[in-house]
Design a protein around this ligand. Structure first.
Ligand code: 13P
Length: 247
């Protein structure tokens, strides 16, 4: 049985003080250990949030990292910097990074491999644009994104990877994919993992849905057979996130 995982991607929001206020407001309301709960603040808030979640079930993730160990990469953050602080997860290849910061399937693969090497759990994001959906290539595209992301990842490590299906047209738009649309693609992702490795690995990997998840739609989405939780943007910046976790 796969454990559900609900992660909040705070994107470029909150100062350290505001970040602590938010986690403090969530702490008492998130009272389950049945779900893995992750919050992903900006790099500058990590330290404060890690302190604030001590003794709770809330884990902390970063929103990005670089695929080199260290060196002349101005502005980048290494995996060791994250693990040394106590960060457990890292979001990789979010569509906003692909769109605005020139991330490609290949950099996503390099980052995934590097995260695994450092025992960070990657939350790898895949998903189609509206134009791609209308062209009917959604499944082809997410299969390709998933395959390249997992290139050279061994079977045991693949089981721990989290894949977030985030249709770009549903991100920040209030337009959620229907339960059936989300389920169809999450199943296709699981199927491709089974094809690359085996059914056991496909069954183990956790596939989240992301894109306008809120307290009202989380329950129905997370109860679909192949959806193992969510990657939440806007609604993770509010106490509503606790209701999503406690769906
Ligand atoms: P919204 O929940 O704001 O649509 O954002 C989804 C997302 O991009 C999470 O990574």
């Amino acid at each position: 049985m796969r454990k559900k995982i609900v992660a909040g991607n705070w994107k470029m929001n909150k100062t350290p003080k505001q970040a602590v206020e938010l986690v403090n407001s969530l702490k008492d309301k998130i009272n389950t250990s049945a779900v893995d709960v992750v919050v992903c603040p900006t790099f500058v808030c990590l330290q404060a949030v890690l302190e604030a979640v001590k003794g709770t079930n809330i884990a902390v993730g970063a929103q990005n990292m670089y695929f080199e160990e260290n060196g002349a990469y101005t502005g980048e953050i290494s995996p060791e910097m994250l693990t040394s602080m106590g960060v457990k997860y890292v979001i990789i290849g979010h569509s906003e990074r692909r769109q605005y910061f020139a991330e490609t399937n290949e950099t996503v693969n390099k980052k995934t491999l590097k995260a695994i090497e450092h025992k960070l759990i990657p939350i790898v994001c895949v998903g189609e644009s509206l134009a791609e959906r209308e062209q009917g290539i959604t499944i082809d595209l997410v299969r390709l994104q998933t395959k390249i992301a997992l290139k050279d990842v061994n079977k045991e490590d693949a089981k721990n990877v989290v894949i977030a299906y985030e249709p770009i047209w549903a991100i920040g738009t209030g337009k959620t994919a229907t339960n059936e649309q989300a389920e169809e693609v999450c199943k296709a992702i699981r199927d491709v993992v089974s094809e690359i490795y085996d059914v056991e690995t496909g069954d183990a990997v956790r596939v989240q849905y992301g894109g306008s998840v809120n307290a009202g739609n989380a329950n129905a989405l997370f109860n679909m057979g192949n959806i193992d939780g969510g990657l939440v943007g806007g609604a993770s910046l509010k106490e509503e996130f606790a209701s999503i976790v406690n769906y």
